[in-house]
Design a protein around this ligand. Structure first.
Ligand SMILES: Nc1ncnc2c1ncn2[C@@H]1O[C@H](COP(=O)(O)OP(=O)(O)OP(=O)(O)O)[C@@H](O)[C@H]1O
Ligand SMILES: [Mg+2]
Ligand SMILES: [Zn+2]
Length: 244
């Protein structure tokens, strides 16, 4: 006869709640008792699962914040899609697959702010490669001699080709004379993206026709075919900010 079983009619109490009995299971010749009762075990498992999913959520949030910091210029970190005029916001939400946008308007009307809000929107949607380039900055660094200029064209081509969402701010800006070589790069990048149904968002102080005259009709034709064209209205918000 197994006297362990007989000599232990009272099951030990749960080490967690101290109220319920633990449960037993045979192990070889003896009987083993669990540390916790059934409800406490379940509660423990659920708490552990919740901790794991809380941790996963926290890590996902951290990753999104990292991407936002990496992509969005610091001055525009607080730009939100809810800041944008209704028509612009609705257009972003209802864009056809592969289509981007061309935003144009006067100095300070909010083009960069809008592009950054759009970038943020896509990053929060979980899109991994959202890439933002300022075209003026590209031109300046491309022309710079030494460390800054070195390799910038390669970086531009690689970055922009791999981006699921590409935003190019300030085309046709002050450095009016983009060289043939620089324009060819812009054309190549855009044409490649159009061919692969990858959306590109532009901003400019000029309307598409002016870009055609200044840059290249091939670029403008593709803007018409693959971007929603939106003219932004409003006064220079930088000046407004100072007034009010
Ligand atoms: N919808 C908005 N809500 C709140 N702030 C805005 C909004 N649009 C623009 N701003 C703010 O107004 C200022 C000017 O906007 P922004 O830099 O986007 O203008 P821009 O059109 O890109 O100008 P530029 O032609 O000189 O590049 C910025 O400080 C920006 O954050
Ligand atoms: Mg701007
Ligand atoms: Zn218990």
């Amino acid at each position: 006869m197994d006297d362990t079983k007989q000599s232990q009619p009272d099951k030990p109490l749960c080490q967690k709640c101290g109220v319920n009995e633990c449960y037993s299971y045979p192990m070889g010749e003896t009987v083993v008792y669990t540390k916790y009762c059934s409800p406490c075990r379940l509660e423990d498992d659920l708490a552990r699962d919740a901790k794991v999913s809380e941790e996963a959520r926290r890590r996902a949030e951290e990753e999104i914040t990292k991407r936002l910091n990496r992509v969005i210029p610091r001055l525009y970190q607080r730009a939100e899609i809810t800041d944008l005029p209704d028509a612009l916001r609705d257009t972003v939400r209802n864009l056809d697959g592969g289509k981007g946008m061309y935003l144009f308007g006067a100095v300070g009307c909010g083009k960069t702010h809008s592009l950054c809000a759009i970038a943020k929107h896509y990053i929060r949607c979980g899109i991994k490669s959202v890439v933002f380039w300022n075209w003026e900055h590209f031109l300046k660094t491309h022309r710079a001699k030494g460390a800054d200029g070195y390799g910038v064209a390669d970086k531009f081509l690689v970055d922009t080709a791999a981006a699921e969402i590409l935003l190019i701010d300030d085309i046709g800006g002050n450095s009016k004379e983009a060289s043939d070589d620089e324009l060819e790069k812009l054309y190549l990048v855009f044409n490649n993206r159009v061919s692969n149904c990858l959306p590109t968002f532009f901003s400019s102080n000029r309307n598409p026709e002016e870009i055609g005259e200044l840059y290249d009709q091939r670029i403008v034709s593709r803007i018409h075919g693959h971007c929603e064209i939106i003219g932004l209205e409003g006064r220079d918000r930088r000046i407004e900010k100072m007034l009010f």
